[in-house]
Design a protein around this ligand. Sequence first.
Ligand code: FAD
Length: 313
Amino acid sequence: MKFDAYKELVPILDGMRAKGELEYTKDAPLALVSSFRIGGPADFAVWPYTRAALLDVVIALRRLGIRRDVFGNGSNVLFADEGYRGVAIFTTKMNRTVLRDGILWADAGASFTGLAVRALQEGLTGLEFAYGIPGSVGGAIYMNAGAYDGEIAQVCRETTVYDPAQALLGGISEIGGDAQGFGYRTSAFQFMEGAVILGGKFKLKPGDPAEIKAKMDDLMARRRGKQPLEYPSAGSTFKRAPGYFTAKLIHEAGLKGAAVGGAQVSEKHAGFVINRGDATAKDVLTLIEQIKDRIWQHFGVAIECEVRIIPER
Ligand SMILES: Cc1cc2nc3c(=O)[nH]c(=O)nc-3n(C[C@H](O)[C@H](O)[C@H](O)COP(=O)(O)OP(=O)(O)OC[C@H]3O[C@@H](n4cnc5c(N)ncnc54)[C@H](O)[C@@H]3O)c2cc1C
């Protein structure tokens, strides 16, 4: 069904590429753009360079009726072995950050860790927790990413978002404060179908650069000490169940080291499912189901995946 639509899409993408507005690949192996190093090919993968180019692509795809999803750094996703029938858009080449009137502005594709470094350089405190989270600003807002008592919700004053449901009114709005709907690893943007986060504004406080740096170094050392960073993964596989540390439950259920094919519960941190090198998405999903079942049987606790399964099931 996509054949004719793709025939119309290619000249649009070629034209934008010729104008230096984006780059794109056909039959793009998603394993190369996911921190899990798993996933078959997307029909197309597109990297727009600017917000305007991102919007032009999204609007063209809508007109052509082609499925698309927007991703940042691919550090919280599990792409299917069959890949993705549609256009996977990645924001990581759209990555400006600007400090204006005490507010740090960031494009959705800016590195979240890079934003923490920029804040340090500007002598601003509040983003130390972000140092070491391997995602983009857009992905961090979408997920309300957080670590060590910090989270996006504490610092993101406003999000710029394109909402296709509002397309007749232009579609772009600034959503601020509580309307961003931040909660534990969730945000309002997860419930706005097809929403595209274009960027965020961060309100930080002046701080002592030496103290900011010491905190960042400490958090990075803790991360390196506890997390299996030597293996591909998508970070914590599961959300915390209310009142429980999921990694502890997995450990106590005797699942450390449990494996299906190339997917394994990390020996270093039971909260991480790692790719030992040749894991498929099917291996990871089977292991996830086994873990969920075991935790339910042992503790009567239902645990939920934090990693986003793409395409959504
Ligand atoms: C080693 C490791 C450590 C990690 N540690 C942490 C941690 O300490 N804390 C934590 O919270 N997370 C952690 N993560 C998970 C991950 O880094 C975060 O969830 C991060 O915020 C995801 O950002 P991303 O750009 O990679 O998003 P992606 O994985 O690309 O996307 C995640 C979801 O966000 C959506 N999305 C992304 N960008 C946009 C956009 N512009 N508009 C609309 N939707 C968008 C995608 O469609 C997808 O559903 C870790 C991951 C790894 C691999």
